[in-house]
Ligand binder design. Structure first.
Ligand code: SF4
Length: 423
């Protein structure tokens, strides 16, 4: 979402005459677009600011802004940093950036961290950096209140872009030759255009029809909201990618309740079964947190057994750390010792690596359609791309170029990558 926001901000500033530089060494204006989800977000920004302050000694006119979720969430801390920051803006106030920058040029330090219940940045054509894959935000914010999560505090309430404007953008991207579009939202299942009476499943189908030669992806879904209608929509269109990211966080119903996730282990498993029934060959990924407040060894074992049962293709895995201001920070003691959290996380990672490795090994010998995204980091003679099931494939270049769809025979695999050659 931050990457998509950066494209919106770049577009806003290009309209004001700014031009993107290759590096901050030659920039008159440096904007740090920040994420507050991970631990030590403020410390990371401080380190970057230290580095930029050094550069400003050589270029005294350089302006520095910090925007996004960190100033929105840690506003007092950020306000108190008088040295080095010229302006602050939150996720809903990017349209005010030209004014904040103009004031900063006159030496007036400013901040705009207001929430806007309507702001979706509709009508701004993002300045996209790539030419193969594009993000299209369809909704912003989240009305859920997961006990550990800062998103409702940083990005505010849910709001959706008009369906027509999303579809117009999808059509334009297809006409420009983009090969893959990801519809983005904190909780895409909550998308709803009240004027058009259009929910997310319909939006997804319309996007698929508007760009038949383009792969359509979406993220992120919430287990309690994902519906059979959506799963059927995925199955009904060849160009909607057969992959669902469905964060579960824990395999223990007791922990899910403490996390305020709104579903049980059994309900999650029912959703997985429904998705697999509806979408043959679908891959499923998830998010997992080790060591949330009050997690016992039994709860942890429930997470491991859920992983064994679902056999996720991929997981984002973390151990829990407190985010100030959240329900968990205020009401639930962070009582799992750090070494226990780390050990549980290691067990989760080891299990996921084994399962991913097995699932990848099962693809050896298969002929898969791969959208080539870029040269491989290791060699110009190899390309890297993804299958529509979101598996990463590295393959011999054989005259192919990024942007092309390539039939690749899988010859070997690791837990992270499939390796093959074009046929
Ligand atoms: S649904 Fe996702 S974004 Fe919303 S509060 Fe829960 S974890 Fe955060």
């Amino acid at each position: 979402m931050n990457q998509a926001d950066t494209e919106i901000i770049t577009s806003l500033l290009e309209d004001e005459g700014y031009v993107m530089t290759e590096s901050d060494d030659s920039a008159d204006l440096v904007i740090l677009n920040t994420c507050a989800v991970r631990e030590n977000a403020v410390e990371k920004i401080m380190n970057m600011l230290d580095n930029l302050r050094g550069k400003r000694r050589l270029r005294p006119d350089m302006l520095i802004g910090v925007i996004g979720c960190v100033p929105q969430y840690y506003r007092e801390k950020m306000f108190s940093m008088t040295d080095g920051i010229d302006f602050l803006a939150g996720p809903d106030t990017y349209r005010q950036l030209p004014l904040l920058i103009e004031n900063a040029e006159q030496g007036i330090r400013g901040a705009n961290l207001a929430f806007s219940p309507e702001e979706t940045y509709d009508g701004i054509e993002p300045a996209r950096t790539g030419s193969i894959s594009a993000f299209v935000p369809v909704m912003r914010g989240c009305n859920n209140r997961c006990a550990f999560c800062v998103v409702p505090f940083t990005r505010g309430k849910e709001r959706s872009r008009p369906m027509k404007s999303v579809i117009d953008e999808v059509e334009q991207l297809a006409a420009k030759g983009y090969r893959e579009i990801t519809l983005l939202g904190q909780n895409v299942n909550s998308y709803f255009d009240h004027g058009a009476g259009c929910g997310f499943a319909e939006l997804l189908e319309r996007a698929a029809r508007a760009a038949r030669d383009v792969r359509i992806r979406f993220t992120t879904s919430h287990p309690k909201d994902i519906s059979e209608t959506l799963a059927r929509a995925i199955a009904a269109h060849a160009n909607i990618c057969n992959t669902v990211h469905l964060p579960v966080q824990s395999g223990s119903t007791r922990m899910l309740k403490l996390m305020n996730r709104g579903h049980s282990r059994e309900e999650y498993l029912e959703k997985i079964a429904m998705i697999r029934r509806s979408v043959p060959g679908v891959t499923i990924s998830t998010d997992l947190i080790a060591g949330f407040c009050g997690e016992t060894e039994e709860d942890h074992q429930d997470t491991l057994s859920l992983m064994e049962e679902v056999r996720f293709d991929f997981s984002y895995m973390f151990y829990y750390s407190v985010r100030p201001g959240t329900y968990a920070a205020k009401n639930l003691p962070d009582d799992v010792p750090e070494e226990v959290k780390k050990r549980r996380l290691e067990e989760i990672i080891a299990l996921q690596n084994r399962i991913s490795g097995e699932r990848h090994a099962a693809e050896i010998g298969n002929l898969l359609e791969v959208l080539a995204e870029s040269e491989s980091k290791r060699s110009r003679e190899m390309l890297m791309g993804r299958t529509c099931t979101n598996r990463v494939v590295v393959f011999d270049r054989d005259g192919n170029e990024p942007g092309g769809l390539v039939a690749v025979r899988i010859t070997s695999s690791t837990s992270a990558t499939l390796i093959g050659r074009p046929e």
